[in-house]
Design a protein around this ligand. Structure first.
Ligand SMILES: NC(=O)c1ccc[n+]([C@@H]2O[C@H](COP(=O)([O-])OP(=O)(O)OC[C@H]3O[C@@H](n4cnc5c(N)ncnc54)[C@H](O)[C@@H]3O)[C@@H](O)[C@H]2O)c1
Length: 316
């Protein structure tokens, strides 16, 4: 059993994460500006603190007497505040919180990054060298949110250079997080239901149809914390579902929304996602267990019933 401090524990992902880690037998302390009254947080110690106040953050993290720190707190939606505010808030908070973890002697420190660091959706265009995307795909952030997440990754790499392997770090890039209540119809982060995102591919296309069940993020973190002392320091992991959040194969959908991906996406047949979770499987032995079809009770179509992606006439 670990004692784990989670920043942003009252947020969308944080609530499911603390609930999942508490279920797995850990002691949890949530540090957040907000104190959640959500039932999931029962039994979790919640402390209200503004983590942009570095002194207050440092005190709260030290007082938590934790042996692991998961940093989620952030302005979590691109363009939801002025660009300069997002960059300053997220980058400074990551530096303050993660450094406070080191100063408190917490041996395992993890920060939340984002797939958006890759730069898809850039107004000037974006094309990867290959699909599926993975941790070797170059980061090319095009907005302050994505840049702040890349800085958070770089902050753990920087701290690892300062401390050596006595502190173990990692960053993870959760795909579009879907919490249990969102499968039941609650609105997802962008204000649509999951079914609306599936019915209209244009809604999921900006995230390249990626998603992950919040409970799978909790098992990922549990597995990662256990493995941290044994794996290389300051690694970055994508955390995504085994399939795409789409009713049609991405070989068909991606070229419609990301011009130029016709050839690159040809291998994404059936339900294959655009983001690979192979590194987390290989290095940690983690795998997600939730799929949108399982949660919504929709059967997967026969692969052979998908039209040939090369036949553009059936795709309009
Ligand atoms: N939800 C997703 O799909 C997704 C995808 C990729 C990455 N992420 C990352 O995961 C993390 C959590 O995302 P989320 O969707 O749960 O966001 P969220 O906005 O629901 O939660 C963020 C939490 O951080 C807290 N917070 C913000 N500023 C704070 C401050 N100054 N002091 C104390 N607490 C503060 C908020 O009160 C909130 O509870 C973020 O770092 C986000 O960038 C989320």
């Amino acid at each position: 059993m670990s004692r784990i401090v989670v920043t942003g524990g009252a947020g969308r992902l944080g609530r499911s994460l603390v609930a999942g880690l508490a279920d797995a037998g850990h002691e949890l302390v949530s540090l957040d500006r907000a104190v959640s009254d959500a039932g999931e947080l029962q039994g979790v110690e919640q402390i209200a603190v503004d983590l942009t106040d570095t002194d207050a953050a440092t005190r709260a993290i030290s007082d938590a007497r934790a042996d692991a720190l998961i940093h989620l707190a952030a302005i979590a939606v691109p363009f939801s505040a002025p660009e300069e505010v997002i960059l300053r808030t997220n980058a400074a908070m990551a530096l303050g919180v993660l450094s406070a973890g080191v100063a408190a002697g917490i041996p395992r420190i993890v920060t939340a990054s984002s797939p958006t660091v890759l730069g898809y959706g850039a107004p000037t265009g974006w094309l990867p060298e290959r699909l599926p995307l993975d941790e070797t795909t170059p980061a090319k952030p095009w907005n302050a949110y994505a840049l702040s997440k890349l800085l958070a990754e770089q902050t753990i790499a920087m701290l690892a250079r300062q401390t050596g392997d006595s502190t173990r770090f990692a960053a993870f890039r959760p795909c579009y997080v879907i919490a249990p209540e969102e499968w039941r119809g609650a609105l997802t982060q962008q204000g649509h239901t999951v079914r609306e995102r599936l019915d209209d591919p244009a809604l999921s296309a900006p995230a390249l149809f990626n998603y992950v069940d919040a409970r799978d993020v909790a098992t990922f973190i549990d597995t990662l914390l256990l493995a941290l002392p044994e794996i290389p320091n300051a690694e970055v992991f994508f955390v995504g579902a085994d399939d795409a959040l789409a009713r049609r194969p991405l070989a068909e959908l991606l070229p419609r929304f990301v011009p130029g991906t016709e050839g690159l996406a040809a291998g994404l047949t059936g339900s294959a996602p655009a983001f690979s979770n192979a590194k987390a499987r290989r290095v940690l032995g983690w795998r997600p267990v939730h799929t949108w079809r399982g949660e919504l009770g929709e059967a997967a179509p026969e692969t052979s019933s998908f039209p040939d992606p090369a036949r553009k006439d059936v795709l309009a």
